[in-house]
Design a binder for this molecule. Structure first.
Ligand code: BTN
Length: 343
């Protein structure tokens, strides 16, 4: 251990406080003895106690019972590396977190970091965006301290024409994490996450590439976790919801973020190893668009039809009344009936 209180752990450096927290988090509801902690970390019992005291000052609730040890009871509702690192078991994603109280847009910040050489898996997280961006030039309303806004730098081994598949990879990971956390989420093509017909999360991917080679992809994700209707302007409140609203219970944001990073990395690994097919079949199961009548709006035209499937590139296949199959690669779909397989 060096003077600054850092311990080198394989590829990741963790502070002593992060290490104490990971041991306590691993212990779950059980107590971890002071002796075990000091033995594992090579610290004196007094140093462990000081570390626990400093964590309590930062808002962590840690029980200490003589002869039993320490137990982590509550973590503060922040998304700094101190909260996230102990909860993560990813190999790359989120191992480096750039946390800022406020940013115009995490995508813009991550894009600059990537241009300067940021590694695959580095993540930018903020509490509040002043110019959060959505698809097709829209805004992403980002009230402070309630939701999750992050962008990941990805350096996949993919030809540029396959980069759009990553958006569907992310949609599957976000939908599964929302469902695991108690929200009945489905995916509206291409990558809107909805609960009960209202938007709960969105994904914005941006690419830097040459014709033959991807330099990097910025994967930006916004998830409404604890926002209430009153936290949004009226026009957004009408169409948006949050996970807390859907499940009727506040969401611990760091736990949700760690669960999402884990799932996202698992799906990125599957995609890298096995290609798009397993992603496509998971996407189909989570889709609330397939099998529905839709109004398709692209930059050039509007038409209606039945959303039949997505093809091997992720494009939506729509069967029109005239009997033709239209392939939609970019645009918005409006679902014309309210019933769906998931809601
Ligand atoms: C959409 O559904 O229109 C996409 C919304 C994407 C929002 C996220 S929030 C984090 C990241 N930074 C941004 O400026 N946008 C994405």
């Amino acid at each position: 251990m060096d003077e600054g209180g850092y311990v080198a752990l394989s590829t990741v450096e963790q502070t002593t406080e992060e290490l104490v927290l990971s041991f306590l988090a691993d212990g779950g509801e059980d107590f971890t003895s002071g002796e075990a902690l000091s033995g594992k970390l090579g610290l004196s019992r007094t140093a462990v106690w000081k570390c626990v005291a400093s964590l309590r000052d930062k808002g962590y609730r840690i029980d200490a019972v003589p002869s039993r040890g320490y137990r982590l009871v509550e973590i503060p509702d922040r998304l700094t590396p101190l909260e996230l690192q102990p909860l993560l078991n990813t190999h790359d994603l989120g191992r480096t977190v750039h946390y800022r109280e406020e940013l115009p847009s995490t995508n813009d910040f991550a894009f600059r970091l990537a241009q300067e050489g940021a590694f695959h898996g580095e993540v930018v997280i903020t509490e509040r965006q002043t110019q959060g961006r959505g698809r097709r030039g829209r805004n992403w309303i980002s009230p402070p301290g309630l939701n999750l806004y992050f962008s990941a730098v990805l350096r996949p081994e993919l030809p540029p024409q396959r980069a759009p598949e990553l958006t569907l990879v992310a949609a599957v990971a976000v939908a599964e994490t929302l469902r695991e956390a108690g929200g009945d989420a489905g995916i509206k093509w291409p990558n809107d996450l909805q609960i009960g017909g209202r938007k709960v999360a969105g994904i914005l991917t941006e690419l830097s590439a040459e014709p033959e080679q991807v330099h990097f992809v910025i994967l930006g994700v916004g998830v409404n976790l604890n926002a209430k209707k009153t936290d949004f302007p009226p026009e957004v409140a009408e169409v948006a919801t949050s996970l807390a609203e859907a499940r009727g219970q506040k969401v611990p944001r760091a736990l949700f973020a760690a669960a999402l990073f884990t799932r996202l990395e698992q799906w990125l690994d599957v995609h890298q190893r096995e290609g798009f097919e397993p992603v496509r079949s998971a996407w189909r199961k989570l889709s609330i668009t397939l099998g529905r009548d839709v109004l398709v709006k692209t930059e050039r035209r509007e038409f209606t039809g039945m959303a039949e499937d997505i093809d091997e590139t992720g494009a939506l296949l729509v069967r029109t009344r005239e009997g033709t199959t239209e392939r939609v690669i970019a645009g918005d779909v409006e679902q014309l009936r309210t019933q769906s397989p998931h809601q």
